[in-house]
Design a protein around this ligand. Sequence first.
Ligand code: NAD
Length: 336
Amino acid sequence: MESEKPQIAVYDTKPYDREYLSKAAGVEDLDLRFHEFRLDAATAFAAEGARAVCVFVNDHVRRPTLESLAERGVGMVALRCAGFNNVELDVAKELGIAVSRVPSYSPHAVAEHTIALILTLNRKTHRAYNRVRELNFALNGLVGFDLYAKIAGIVGTGKIGRIAAQILKGFGMRVLAFDPFADHEWAREKGIEYVEISTLFKESDVISLHTPLTPETDHIIGPESIAMMKPGVMLINVSRGRLVDTTALIAGLKRGHIGGVALDVYEEEEGVFFEDLSGIVLQDDELARLLSFPNVLITSHQAFLTEEALREISRVTVENLRRFANGQPLLEGTAV
Ligand code: NAD
């Protein structure tokens, strides 16, 4: 018998998504239909009969997809992430499709992962771990630097950037920041210095990106900004892949101008990150090149992956889906 409960087509799901979303939904009022494949124009058909779809960072929610969803009577796209650059919002609006996101689930999760990347890249604990398991106790090549008294540059002081800035301040770093919407009171209170972006690029030893992807931030790290940076600079991107021009990054690494790079996101991550491709020939030459540098550390978009964050993402997403199904307004601040 067909379910009476409002059906939700949930795309791009992994076991942890299914576990946390199912727990949040319980059994009462929503019928979550989980799909492993991503949403795009070709897979929109799987939302047949659904009132809403639930998607993640690499689903393609552009015009053809939205039109196909609208034809099927889908009235809502619930993003289970903060960023919404993969959704054509004006088209959704035109078609009367509501869009929600989870603006803040655990900024601590992402900021703490940023610090994990900085410390790992600097002190080379990933290499030390592998060496010691091979009974290689030599220290050659494992020299790092004190973060204390060095300069950190935080691009974007929203929820995540602020926490990262404060943690780095705790290491005794001087912290510079750039944000077009600077919060001077917070900066004064925490001892953070807002500067022009060019000053941040020129003076920082460690630069970490915490801005959304917008036309202004697209390739904010490219040949010109890299040329401004100190030789040996460490670059961290946990925000969105397209903030960094990969070709310019590789050139900077090959010249030795960039001292280290840690990425949790990558321009062409779609179809690669989140997947087990260990038995497959990697087709992305730039990613392969990046993986060949000893001073590049890549994680697969996992900065958000803590229990607290998964619980909160599921709670907000399910609550919004429930509200939509019952014709109630979405949770405050979650509509986009
Ligand atoms: P937020 O909206 O709280 O903060 C973003 C900040 O960037 C704002 O203060 C904004 O003024 C600033 N900004 C906008 N344009 C800028 C520019 N041109 N230059 C400098 N700053 C600019 O967002 P948040 O919660 O701190 O998240 C930041 C980003 O982190 C998200 O947009 C998302 O892309 C990314 N993120 C990644 C993961 C992950 O798992 N890797 C998880 C969550 C979020």
